[in-house]
Design a protein around this ligand. Structure first.
Ligand SMILES: N[C@@H](CCC(=O)N[C@@H](CS)C(=O)NCC(=O)O)C(=O)O
Length: 218
């Protein structure tokens, strides 16, 4: 089998998605950590967007976490991580898109926001997103405990890293997961016990320290 290399940075939520996918798929791989503040020349050559993650399998190079994760899933079909049915697969991709285009954008806009009024508006958007995920997503898509049903899929891996960093958002911006988001709360507990999380996770203190420069800059 071709050698698998994950080019990554520990702090990056997108890279964590791919790191988790490789673990969930039970694959052997090597990690190459990049200092994003001082990118080495080899990295700039191998990563067309100059971002992590990048995965190399033999001479194949793939970038963009959502695309990498589908590529890994399809290349090693033993433990499928997308639904079989085309409509269910479309639903899974809609939620992956929601995460990439709405949830991440609103969460990071809130972290970066300096003005109180802007923070209040964005806090409401983040809470509305959480309720949308709970009531239009998880509660409708399946009986859980994962997004798409009883088996973990790429949807879970797409969202999880941003929930791992939610503690830092709560710390700096006072936003909380609403108490009525029961599916999300149960899902998080189950995710936190998975090997792919235990082997890639950091605690709140780690993210609070690293996000200080974004949350507190003048
Ligand atoms: N859409 C990309 C986002 C990846 C991304 O933004 N990675 C960040 C770290 S979290 C990065 O490498 N930033 C370096 C830079 O922009 O210079 C994906 O899903 O892989």
């Amino acid at each position: 089998m071709d050698r698998i290399e994950l080019i990554t940075a520990e702090v990056c939520p997108y890279a964590q998605r791919t790191h988790m996918a490789l673990i969930e798929k039970g694959l052997d791989f090597e990690r190459r950590e990049v200092d994003l503040a001082d990118k080495p020349e080899w990295f700039v050559k191998v990563s067309p967007y100059s971002k992590v993650p990048v995965v190399k399998i033999g001479d194949k190079v793939v970038w963009e976490s959502s695309i990498i994760n589908e590529f890994i899933d399809e290349s090693f079909p033993d433990r499928p991580m997308m639904p079989d049915d085309p409509f269910r697969r479309a639903q899974a991709r809609i939620w992956i898109d929601f995460c990439n285009t709405r949830w991440v954008e609103h969460s990071y806009d809130l972290l970066f926001a300096r003005e109180k009024a802007e923070q209040d508006t964005l806090r409401e958007k983040v809470v509305a997103d959480l309720r949308w995920m709970e009531f239009e997503g998880m509660a409708r898509l399946s009986d859980g405990p994962f997004w798409m049903g009883s088996e973990i899929t790429l949807v879970d891996l797409t969202f999880y890293p941003f929930f791992e960093r939610f503690g830092a958002l709560s710390h700096y911006r006072g936003v909380q997961i609403p108490d009525d988001c029961l599916c999300i709360i149960r899902w998080l507990e189950i995710m936190r016990a998975r090997k792919s999380v235990l082997e890639t996770m950091h605690d709140d203190a780690y993210y609070i320290a690293r996000y200080a420069k974004y949350a507190q800059a003048a």
